[in-house]
Design a protein around this ligand. Sequence first.
Ligand SMILES: Cc1ncc(COP(=O)(O)O)c(C=O)c1O
Length: 477
Amino acid sequence: MSSSTTFWGWSPCASKVLGSRGYKERHVFRVAGCPQYQFLRSHNWQPRAVKVQAISEELLAREEEDNFRFNGVQIDSTQIYGERPVSQETLSVHGGEREGRPRVSDSLTTPIVQTATYTFRNTAELIAYQEGRYGSYEYGRYGNPTTRTCEEKIRILEGAEDCLVSTTGMNAATTMLLALVPAGGHIITTTDCYRRTRQFIQTVLPKMGITATVIDPSDMEGLERALKAQKVSLFFSESPTNPYLRCVDVPTISRLCHAAGALVCIDSTFATPINQRAITLGADIVIHSATKYLAGHNDVMAGALAGKADVVAAVRSMHNVLGGTIDPHAAYLLLRGMKTLDVRVQRQNTTAMELARRLEEHPRITRVHYPGLPSHPDHHIAVDQMLGGFGGVVSFEVDADLWGTAKFVDSVRLPYIAPSLGGVDSLIEQPTVISYWDQGPEKRAEYGIKDNLIRFSCGIESMEDIWQDLLQALAKI
Ligand SMILES: Cc1ncc(COP(=O)(O)O)c(C=O)c1O
């Protein structure tokens, strides 16, 4: 054992416990909330046993052999899942939790570690932490074990090297842009997108001299032109987009952008990692409004960003400064929600696909926007990259004006009229009224928001019940 990296800390309680049990040898104790320590469970001791040993290199190596995880280093997952590739269904439930999450007790669920700060027994332990020899946490803004477990699950589901979870999807997007685009830099985005993301790009980034080229999601020539004309730092698009569900060709965009030295970030909120894995397709970063499908119950706000380790580290470093730290309770709700991600999304995919087909046949519907339909302009892209399904949101245009469409919305009984999407409850909204009412007809036309447009987010209710409800409401127009 290396004397330079090993020391012992004692407390009266520990020496008493050890003495009474006649232990002579050195044992390692893992302390609640610290991934590096574990109680000697064979003796069923309570969390007050506090004989601690700083982590030596030898110990770390031995622990790795023992397949314990040290701060994000996974244990050999074949021990849990066997040699077969693990499905998203299983990873939604177990990913990030079975591979070696900090063991606080024998609780089946990941505990909510409700703390703002973390303690160190002495300066030697703190220095060991600073030097990466002792895995723990320092301050709530920099990390939390419950949140870290969420990050691990999303990282695994997205096939990423690291993940950062934050308060909201907007926080993930804005922190990412501030971290990765230099002052005076240039980005490329697409026309159809969440209003507040556009607002940030149009009104906040210019304060740092950051400009943007906006292209149609399918305009690859426009992308090539913009990449040639400017030194581009980042391409950023939703896929599918909000609200028209346009899809961008992630492999082609990644190839073009990488050749020009630009990063690619895909907001995959509408897709979820069950339907699309943007990093596997070539993107560097994937972003989620985890408020939506990942959490899935319309009861928590959260955001996530996953990608290459160095890129996530740069964003995390900005996040540590800006804040935007998710509360551990909210992280727990996100973690619990994600356990049923696969089942929920499968149901929502099936319901949305069937509703889209039926709506397309309905005489009071003039157009349906759903990437699973051959009539959608990006259907061919969606088929290639949305391997799990086409998502749970269907947008459609009603054969009516603004007020006729509002009458339809007011006539549905099952879905709630509300913004947001991706939860177990179906939600309906008329984007003109709910998101763009303050903008006036000209701005709405500029953004392509039609007065007769409906965005419908399928919940997990029976598809037939939803359909019958939509039918009765369409009959009222
Ligand atoms: C595609 C997309 N990205 C990001 C966001 C922002 O997420 P949040 O509301 O969690 O900040 C939204 C919100 O609706 C969205 O639809």
